[in-house]
Structure formats: structure tokens, C-alpha cells
Design a protein around this ligand. Structure first.
Ligand code: COS
Length: 381
């Protein structure tokens, strides 16, 4: 029987209470004004939101990806932008936990888990998005240091983050020539270009990260030279579960909002949910949302059990994000003219849903990953 455990329900209730108190009141205005609040991030960190799956020994809550998915879904019901900020500060933690050495873990993980350090992940470049292995940023060894040069694009929390994990080329072309580095904010030569004006996720800043002769000690390299691509892609496997969970939050809140409206709204002396054209739309929205959540929970459970989950994470991501786009669009349709205005949050949900089909690997890349897994499975038989 598939049910949540009591402590999981209690965790979600606590997150909801915080979000209703601190996040919901500012979500719409901060979206309109593109306003990011560092104090709110630190407060979320104090609540433990930033280190849900990080071991207690490194300052986290030591829970699983199931709990992480549940928490991110709940935050996303109030603000997908904030859920993404929390998810992305998790990427350096996953990376350090898997590939970092003990000194790096002790230095950075407790701060990241508690929200004292806001983390960012810098892989994409102007000419390297889906083809991540084509990145051009360089890291050249110079004595006990590396010197980094290049430009990173579309970096979540760019300009406000305290710590950047930067993928840079230390060797030849392709995936095998890439290494990962820790670059703290304030390092000379690290600067930020244009802050993007985005369609959605507007209270989460996204900026260009510029590295000009940025010198970091060799102890800031994560793992051996040449494993940076694996570092990045394995973090993205986990990140895809988080983006999927956030998308389920968007679908769930949009469905609830539209269903409530359709129950109250009367036309022709009838609640519009009783017209099959609207009722069936809502029925499909609710069903698709729950199906998407099940795929997210499957991927999270596999990860928590220490089993392979990359395929299931890609499936969960492609399904949940396509679902969020469809469901939020239909939710606007249910509310008609009201849904299209900023008096209601549905247009924000719809704008926020769009980017979920793009980030952490476009949905075309997810399908490519899934197809490659299928090819491997059916070749090996
Ligand atoms: N985890 C760990 N290692 C992985 C991996 C994963 N999920 N996927 C691939 N690798 C490894 C491979 O095993 C291979 O290593 P070996 O040569 O030692 O076997 C190496 O990485 C290269 O793999 P591959 O040949 O599959 O690389 P491709 O250049 O074909 O790229 C895709 C694969 C397209 C899947 C990858 O570039 C990708 O996911 N792109 C999207 C990037 C993305 O998500 N960007 C979003 C940034 S954050 S918003």
C-alpha cells in the first residue's frame, strides 16, 4: 500500500506552515519585482530546508530523497522560484558528498546545509548547453593553484551565491578533459555579467558568471583531473528528481486552485465543474499530477535504496515537467479571463512551469538519456 509515513506528513506540514507565514505573502510581488531575499534564504536554511538529504555529520537532516522531493513539492506550491533556489544549493552538497575529500566536506558542507552558504552550479556556457562536454572554460595548473578563465551562462543564484562549483577544461577536448572546482564568491577575477530578465522564476536571480584569471588553490579541485563531467552529470541525475518534484508542486497547486474556482464559479446557473468540458479537464489534471508524483517518488526511493536511478530520474523529469506545462496551461483555461490576469497566481505557475522543460537538461535531452538506457538494456539481452 502506497502511503506517506507519519513523520513525512509532519515534515510537509512544518514546511507548509513556514511557507504560508514567510513565503506566500511575498511570492507574487517578488515575482513581479524580480526581488530575491537573502534573509529568507538564510531562514529556510535555519529550518533545515537546504540540507534535507545531507548527512547529519555534515550539518544536514540526514533524510532521503523522498523527503527532499516532498519538501520541494511543498515549497513549489508557494513559489517555484524558491524551490529552485533550495534545490540548486543542494547540488554542491551532492557533489562534495560523492566526489569531495574529507577536508572539502568539512569546510563547505555544514554551511551549505544550514543555508549560511548559498551554493551555485556552473556548467552551461554561451556555446555549450545540451552539449555540456563542449565547454570552453579553462583551468590551467600553475604551481599549487589553478587559474580559471571563461564565461558561464544561465547560472541560478549567479551574483548572490557564496560558492560556485565550476566545471572547466584541464585537459583535451570532450568529456574526459573536464574538472570541477570550488570557487568562493569574492575570489579576485570572479565577476557577474547580465542578470537575465526571465519569463518565470523571477525571484530567483540568474546571471552570467565571468572568470578572468581566477586563481584557486589545487585543494579546490573536486576529485581527480578529468572526472568533472561525471561530477556534473551525476549531480544532474539527482537534480532531475528535484526539478520533477518542483513541477509536481506546480501541477498540484494549479489543479487545486482551478478546481476550487470551478466549484464556485457559476455560468448558466451551474457550477462550471459540472460541465463535462471543464470537469473532465480537471479530472485529467488531477490524474496526471498524481501519476507524475508517483514517478518522482519511484526515482527518489530507488536513490534512497542505493539502486540505479538515472533512467527513472530522467523519466520523472520529462513526465513531471511536461505535465506541469500542460496542467498549468489548462488551469488558466479553466479560469478563462481571470486566469490570464495577475490577480490570480495561475499565469505565474504557467510561466514557472515552462522553464522546467528546459533546466537540468532539456526534455529532448531526457528523452535521449532514456532512449540510450533502452538501447543498452535491449542490446545486452
Ligand atoms: N553520470 C555519470 N557519468 C556519466 C553520466 C551520468 N549521468 N552520463 C554520462 N556519463 C559519463 C559517461 O560514462 C562517459 O564516461 P566514460 O567515457 O568514462 O564512459 C562520459 O560521461 C561521456 O558520456 P557521453 O558520451 O554519454 O556524453 P555526451 O557528450 O554524449 O553527453 C548528455 C551526454 C547529452 C546526456 C549530457 O551532455 C547531458 O546530460 N547534457 C545536458 C546537460 C544539462 O543537463 N545541462 C543543464 C545544466 S544545469 S541547468
Amino acid at each position: 500500500m502506497y502511503t506517506l509515513q507519519d513523520d513525512q506528513v509532519a515534515l510537509v506540514d512544518a514546511v507548509r506552515e513556514f511557507c504560508l507565514d514567510r513565503l506566500a505573502p511575498v511570492a507574487a510581488a517578488d515575482d513581479a519585482n524580480e526581488h530575491f531575499r537573502m534573509d529568507l534564504f538564510r531562514a529556510m536554511g535555519e529550518q533545515g530546508f537546504c540540507g534535507i538529504p545531507t548527512p547529519e555529520a555534515y550539518g544536514g537532516l540526514g533524510l532521503g530523497y523522498m523527503e527532499y522531493a516532498l519538501v520541494l513539492e511543498e515549497i513549489a506550491r508557494h513559489s517555484a522560484a524558491w524551490a529552485v533556489t533550495v534545490a540548486v544549493t543542494g547540488l554542491p552538497q551532492i557533489i562534495l558528498r560523492t566526489y569531495g575529500d574529507e577536508a572539502q566536506r568539512e569546510r563547505w558542507m555544514p554551511g551549505l546545509a544550514s543555508g549560511e552558504i548559498l551554493g551555485a552550479f556552473a556548467l552551461s556556457e554561451p556555446g555549450s548547453g545540451s552539449d555540456a562536454a563542449a565547454l570552453k572554460t579553462t583551468a590551467v595548473r600553475d604551481g599549487d593553484d589553478y587559474v580559471l578563465n571563461g564565461t558561464k551562462f544561465w547560472i541560478t543564484s549567479g551574483g548572490v551565491a557564496d560558492l560556485y562549483v565550476v566545471m572547466a577544461r584541464t585537459g583535451g577536448p570532450g568529456a574526459g578533459g573536464i574538472s570541477a572546482f570550488l570557487v568562493p564568491a569574492g575570489t579576485p577575477g570572479l565577476s557577474f555579467g547580465r542578470k537575465e530578465e526571465k519569463m518565470g522564476l523571477r525571484s530567483s536571480p540568474t546571471a552570467e558568471v565571468i572568470l578572468e584569471d581566477v586563481r584557486v588553490p589545487a585543494t579546490h579541485r573536486i576529485g581527480p583531473e578529468g572526472v568533472g563531467f561525471k561530477v556534473a552529470l551525476s549531480a544532474l541525475d539527482s537534480g532531475r528528481i528535484t526539478i520533477a518534484a518542483i513541477s509536481v508542486g506546480l501541477s498540484a497547486v494549479a489543479t487545486a486552485y482551478a478546481a476550487r474556482y470551478a466549484t464556485e464559479r457559476e455560468q448558466f446557473n451551474t457550477a462550471i465543474i459540472d460541465f463535462q468540458g471543464v470537469g473532465f479537464l480537471l479530472a485529467d489534471m488531477a490524474t496526471r499530477t498524481d501519476a507524475a508524483r508517483l514517478l518522482v517518488h519511484r526515482a527518489a526511493s530507488l536513490r534512497d535504496a542505493g539502486l540505479p536511478y538515472a533512467l527513472e530520474a530522467a523519466m520523472a523529469k520529462v513526465n513531471a515537467t511536461d505535465t506541469a506545462m500542460a496542467v498549468t496551461t489548462d488551469a488558466v483555461q479553466v479560469m478563462g479571463g481571470y486566469g490570464y490576469t495577475r490577480e490570480h497566481p495561475l499565469e505565474r505557475y504557467m510561466r514557472d512551469a515552462k522553464v522546467m522543460q528546459i533546466v537540468e537538461g532539456t526534455n529532448q535531452i531526457q528523452r535521449l538519456v532514456i532512449a540510450r538506457h533502452l538501447k543498452k538494456r535491449y542490446t545486452e539481452r
